[in-house]
Design a protein around this ligand. Structure first.
Ligand SMILES: C[S@@+](CC[C@H](N)C(=O)[O-])C[C@H]1O[C@@H](n2cnc3c(N)ncnc32)[C@H](O)[C@@H]1O
Length: 226
């Protein structure tokens, strides 16, 4: 499992990030365009605190989230209980999914950086669990475009988006360019979220130059049919 300081160390701030991210539902629409959700078996890999699980269940999918970090598994289970959601959450990781072969129609993995270079064992697991005709949708940020993309590439100069793209092309994934917005209700929430996503110096710099409550944010939706 790859440490995820943003959601592991500050899950309440990460919740603000999820609440601000893509209120218009651009990503959900793009996923649903690839496979109908109603009646589908949907797996959310690296589901964190389960933010996305109830929404997919409300759209008629049979939803299971898988997450390796146990405090987040508990948080997701509490969310589902509080919402009266039929979605389930299981402890596990992408490299050893606790699901049987051919049991999934739609895989969703959002901000799932464990799907990066060296993730072939996780991709093999997707091939095992997804039924023929199913689809895997990996939602990543796109550092080549948008205000957030510029912040990200300035903060992480070693990140090479060309190499990342080449990797996914080789794996047979199609990349769809989407643009979403972060829309916060309070400036202090935006600032707190920027501070969990960027190193301190980079966060200070972008917050000094960027006003307001919103940020445009480029997304790469990488998908593959099985
Ligand atoms: C940035 S968070 C995103 C959480 C969630 N997808 C969301 O959008 O709210 C990344 C998540 O991936 C989990 N993770 C890390 N390594 C993993 C692995 N090998 N397999 C599955 N999940 C993993 C982390 O524990 C964390 O919850």
């Amino acid at each position: 499992m790859i440490r995820s300081p943003n959601i592991w160390d500050t899950p309440d701030v990460y919740e603000l990030e999820n609440l601000a991210s893509d209120r218009a539902g651009v990503i959900d629409r793009a996923v649903a365009a690839l496979h109908p959700l109603a009646g589908a078996d949907l797996l959310d890999v690296g589901c964190g605190s389960g933010f996305h699980l109830p929404r997919f269940a409300e759209r008629g999918a049979r939803v299971v989230g898988v997450e390796p970090h146990l405090p987040l598994v508990r948080r997701a289970a509490n969310r589902l209980r509080a919402r009266g959601s039929r979605a389930r959450v299981l402890a596990g990781d992408a490299e050893a999914l606790p699901l049987s072969a051919g049991s999934v129609d739609v895989v969703h993995a959002r901000w799932a950086y464990f799907f990066g270079a060296g993730c072939e064992p996780g991709l093999a697991e997707l091939s095992r669990v997804v039924r023929p005709g199913g689809v895997a949708c990996l939602v990543d940020n796109d550092a080549t475009r948008s205000t957030f993309g510029a912040w990200f590439s300035r903060a992480y100069p070693a990140y090479d988006p060309v190499a990342v793209q080449r990797f996914w092309d080789r794996q047979g994934f199609t990349t769809e360019a989407l643009t979403i917005e972060w829309t916060f209700d309070r400036r202090e929430d935006l600032e707190a979220v920027v501070r969990i996503e960027l190193p301190p110096g980079a966060a200070d710099a972008v917050l000094a130059e960027h006003e307001g409550l919103g940020v445009d944010y480029a997304v790469a939706l990488r998908w593959r049919r099985y």
